[in-house]
Design a protein around this ligand. Structure first.
Ligand code: NAD
Ligand code: LMR
Length: 334
């Protein structure tokens, strides 16, 4: 199934020069992500905001000789407004990461208000930007941003993305390890959401449809709980940062390629999706074609095995609750 959004709220023309803002730029993800965005030649203005060290990270990165200016901001002197002013793409990795024993949902109490407040500022100062949410729990923080933008009258469903690219990266890597292939050639669609059982890799849509059941089950489990592997390995010092920076830079690069009018730019992302809305699932990750206005097409899931269909059904139940939690948070704490 191929679904197009019926309404277009904003219309853009392609350009080749873009302002990208990173909110939470001095963090574990923020720093390497900002570095990678400095290496993207479509970026001409890179704007780095954090509660601390924004200016320091910006000065450091600014010495790299690519064709962009880098400016750093903190909360003083209206820094957030300046950081966002006129941005084309806003990346949000601000917020606390997990420690061993925690679920992503355990981060909700801290990160919900951080993301809500950053979304308010984005609505005011970069209302036309594509907003890429990295802060966890993504299944809930994306609906939080949507509710804030709706309240401010600037919600454009085609320009709000939950970044789930790390699940796609892990799938390529982990599949290649069991199949003994080059991960560069392994492309695995990952649908659903971004936490545990809501992460549904579609292995049947790769060249490895017939893995032995035990291998398949272990692979799916590793992809779904790959984040825990890093959290455990870092022993309380945070979660995935470097692989996430690569994932975020890949996804932001794809969004920029779409904005620039390049064709056939497809990535998986957690977006406002018509796929399961009739069942109460307002946001869902699937393959999305990116274009000059953001989301151009949301792709259906294609043929699924019984096992995949079962996983999608289980994911939907959890997603409904995660999404509702985000929506209710903004209603109760506007
Ligand atoms: P971190 O603690 O290293 O960095 C977070 C940064 O956010 C800090 O520099 C902090 O000062 C900043 N910050 C906090 N509140 C802010 C605010 N109001 N405005 C601006 N900046 C603010 O954490 P991290 O490892 O970089 O992880 C950040 C978030 O990303 C976490 O919620 C984590 O769970 C999430 N994450 C998501 C994915 C994904 O796949 N989507 C992957 C990894 C991590
Ligand atoms: C990940 O998938 O690595 C991130 O969502 C961070 C986490 O908490 O696992």
């Amino acid at each position: 199934m191929l679904t197009k959004f019926a309404t277009r709220h904003f219309s853009s023309t392609a350009s080749t020069a873009y302002k990208v803002s990173v909110l939470g730029a001095a963090g574990g993800i923020g720093q390497p992500l900002s570095l990678l965005m400095k290496l993207n030649h479509k970026v001409t203005q890179l704007s780095l905001y954090d509660l601390r060290l924004g200016a320091g990270v910006a000065t450091d990165i600014s010495h790299i000789p690519t064709n962009s200016t880098v400016t750093g901001f903190g909360p003083e002197d209206n820094g957030l407004a300046k950081a966002l002013d006129g941005a084309d793409v806003v990346l949000i990795p601000a917020g606390v990461p997990r420690k061993p024993g925690m679920t992503r949902d355990d981060l909700f109490n801290t990160n919900a208000s951080i993301v809500r407040d950053l979304a308010k500022a984005a609505a005011d100062h970069s209302p036309n930007a594509a907003i890429l949410v990295i802060s966890n729990p993504v299944n809930s923080t994306v609906p939080i941003v949507a509710e804030v933008l709706k309240a401010k009258g600037v919600y454009n469903p085609k320009k709000l993305f939950g970044v789930t690219t790390l699940d796609v990266l892990r799938s390529s890597r982990f599949l290649s390890e069991v199949a003994k292939t080059n991960p560069v050639h392994e492309i695995v669609p990952v649908v659903g959401g971004h936490s545990g059982i809501t992460i549904v890799p579609l292995i049947s849509q790769t060249n490895h449809k017939n893995l032995p059941k035990e291998t398949y089950d272990a692979l799916v489990h590793r992809i779904q709980f790959g984040g825990d592997e890093v959290v455990q390995a870092k022993g309380g010092a945070g979660s995935a940062t470097l692989s996430m920076a690569q994932a975020g830079a890949r996804f932001a690069g794809a969004v920029l390629n779409g904005l620039a009018g390049e064709q056939d730019i497809v990535e998986c992302s957690f977006v406002d999706s018509p796929l399961y809305k009739s069942e109460g699932v307002e946001f869902f990750s699937s393959k999305v074609t990116l274009g000059v206005d953001g989301v151009k097409q949301i792709h259906g899931l294609g043929n699924l095995t019984n096992a995949e269909e079962e996983m999608v059904n289980t994911a939907k139940e959890t997603l409904i609750k995660n999404i509702e939690k985000g929506v209710n948070f903004v209603k109760q704490n506007p």
